[in-house]
Design a protein around this ligand. Structure first.
Ligand SMILES: C[S@@+](CC[C@H](N)C(=O)[O-])C[C@H]1O[C@@H](n2cnc3c(N)ncnc32)[C@H](O)[C@@H]1O
Length: 270
């Protein structure tokens, strides 16, 4: 077995090798992961024009998004640089009886090489919770834009720097919030992102790449700030209803733990 490395790559990115257990336990087997998936299931059909297009899922992780897209009838290429994550996704997809056979193609590759290895151009790209794990998220958005077909859509989800400041303050980390020392270091098994992103940055970077923000929502607007987590299925259902009600309303979406965007690359003639 190869030794687990928790180092950043030369580009300053954090591949999730060695993090499968920690990531699946602390996110997807926990209420926050369930809520994230429930919100994506609710929002993606509203925010995207889904017509069974070919999709590139960049930094696909454990493969939930790829599976969801395949179930909706899309042909998915899931790109992921981490061997561990990709193997987990392949095994899980293989065992899931609901997935159409060969609907998902796997590519072990980081975002930075996709213009060569999977140039598309793609009518639909999903890139969820990846930019905040990169040394240079701004250049990554330029690369995603190059991969998009004219008229194509990018579903981009980023870890919200402004919400991270707010939650640090709520937890009593006032000095940290005031000095804006919010980013994680990517050391060991820590899951605090190294490059949290603000809405202002997404606005600037999208404009710089000629991408139009078509829709935006906050994911987990309330959950992280609750003093008492829901204790019963009925309370969970009420929280989900609350999240759904306010996720696209100003000012609430702005403090979502994650920000979810639909970015459009204009047709050449637009
Ligand atoms: C927080 S996980 C998100 C996984 C999945 N998209 C989701 O929403 O659950 C971040 C993923 O980005 C991957 N990653 C790190 N650096 C990357 C890069 N340069 N290109 C593509 N993916 C990268 C990691 O290996 C990890 O699987």
């Amino acid at each position: 077995m190869k030794p687990t490395s928790y180092e950043l790559t030369q580009a300053g990115d954090r591949y999730f090798d060695g993090l499968v257990d920690k990531f699946s336990r602390s996110l997807y087997q926990a209420p926050r992961g369930e809520l994230r998936l429930a919100m994506l299931d609710y929002l993606l059909p509203q925010m995207l024009d889904l017509r069974e297009q070919k999709v590139l899922d960049v930094g696909g992780g454990l493969g939930q998004q790829a599976a969801w897209l395949a179930e909706q009838g899309h042909n998915v290429t899931m790109a992921e640089p981490s061997d561990d994550m990709l193997n987990y996704a392949k095994a899980w997809h293989r065992d899931a009886k609901t997935l159409p056979e060969s609907a998902i193609t796997y590519l072990q590759a980081p975002l930075q090489v996709l213009t060569v290895q999977a140039p598309g151009p793609w009518p639909l790209i999903t890139c969820h919770a990846v930019l905040e794990w990169l040394g240079d998220p701004q250049t990554a958005l330029a690369t995603l834009s190059q991969l998009m077909a004219p008229g194509g859509q990018l579903s981009l989800m980023v870890f919200n720097r402004d919400a991270l400041r707010f939650s640090n303050a709520v937890k009593g980390n006032l000095e940290k919030a005031l000095s804006d020392r919010l980013a994680g270091q990517g050391k060991r098994q820590r899951l605090t992102p190294i490059s949290p992103v603000s809405h202002a940055e997404i606005e600037q970077w999208s404009a710089a790449n000629g991408l139009r923000i078509d829709a935006v929502a906050g994911i987990r607007v309330f959950q992280d700030y609750l003093r008492q987590p829901p204790a019963t299925p009925a309370e969970n259902a009420t929280l989900l209803a609350l999240e759904k009600h306010y996720c696209r309303q100003d000012p609430h979406w702005r403090l979502g733990r994650y920000l979810l965007y639909t970015l459009i690359k204009p047709e050449a003639a637009e």
